[in-house]
Ligand binder design. Structure first.
Ligand code: ATP
Length: 267
């Protein structure tokens, strides 16, 4: 996989992605209101908040699934009022979903291979023929995919259809598929949801390793506060679509507005 220092433009610690004054409405529902924050290259950034706070909507804005009515997104120095999913993906933003979104009938290997699609230079026709340049390219992609399988310790399930795997392993395969894109920014929507303690510990370790070994910047939504405080460099807190706090875990933990939000104290 790509080494951390091979990326152009943004140095470790610089702002990789900036969200400025973003507002998103669905009819009369205000999902996000005037939210600004940034994600620095190389950090693990958590987005937290009670149910319905706008966290998933924010990830969907960042990777172009939703187009905000107001505000701007700047990624690697390029500012847009809206992203398109294909552009976001081709420029290095990958994501996983709250409910696992894999091809359930396909094997672990094929699901992760599917994550390489954007990297494939030869068209579908050549891939079908498995001929000449396409063959060489497929071998190259398989090498990266096998590295990811080793890294995530899922060799034993490489040929198993993912629908047959326990949930914790499906989440790990989904992480593998996102990693296959060799993303610069990885968005994880509740990566530990539905996991038992052991599975959570494994996933925490993989997230930390992805960050430290590949230099991948990570933004994650997570409800488990212990995990958030242990993993994150900085935390942004949303409530009813507005930002109520932003800082290092210790600051956020002792912030009264955050404590009230989690206890359900009305404003
Ligand atoms: N596609 C949509 N159409 C209409 N309303 C939506 C849509 N997506 C989100 N919303 C609304 O926007 C608000 C924010 O939802 P969002 O899913 O972003 O919150 P969340 O913080 O991720 O919540 P949770 O922790 O429960 O997943 C909610 O009121 C939700 O009902």
């Amino acid at each position: 996989m790509r080494a951390p220092d091979m990326d152009a433009g943004v140095a470790a610690g610089d702002v990789l992605l900036a969200v400025e004054n973003v507002s998103l409405r669905f009819g009369g529902v205000k999902a996000i209101t005037d939210v600004s924050f940034d994600i620095r290259k190389g950090e693990i950034r958590a987005i937290i908040g009670p149910n319905g706070a706008g966290k998933t909507s924010m990830l969907n804005v960042i990777n172009g699934f939703y187009h905000p009515q107001d505000g701007r997104i700047t990624f690697k120095g390029r500012t847009r009022s809206k992203m398109r999913p294909y552009v976001a993906a081709s420029q290095g933003i990958a994501r996983t979903f709250q409910n696992v979104a894999l091809f359930k009938g396909m094997t672990t290997l094929d699901n992760i291979m599917a994550g390489r699609t954007l990297k494939m230079r030869r068209g579908f026709f050549w891939q079908m023929l498995r001929h000449g340049p396409a063959m060489a390219e497929e071998i190259e992609h398989r090498k990266v995919v096998e590295e990811i399988i080793d890294f995530l310790e899922i060799e034993a399930i490489r040929k198993v259809p993912v629908g047959r795997l326990p949930y914790g392993l499906q989440k790990r395969v989904e992480l593998g598929r996102a990693l296959a894109m060799e993303p610069e920014l990885l968005l994880l929507d509740e990566p530990m949801a539905g996991m038992n303690l052991e599975e959570k510990e494994d996933m925490c370790r993989f997230i930390l390793d992805v960050n430290s070994q590949f230099g991948t910047t990570i933004a994650l939504i997570e409800h488990d506060m212990g995990v958030v405080m242990d993993l994150s460099d900085r935390v942004v807190v949303l409530e009813y679509g507005r930002k109520i706090a932003d800082g290092v875990p210790d600051e956020v933990k002792s912030n009264q507005a955050v404590i009230d939000a989690y206890l359900g104290v009305p404003h």
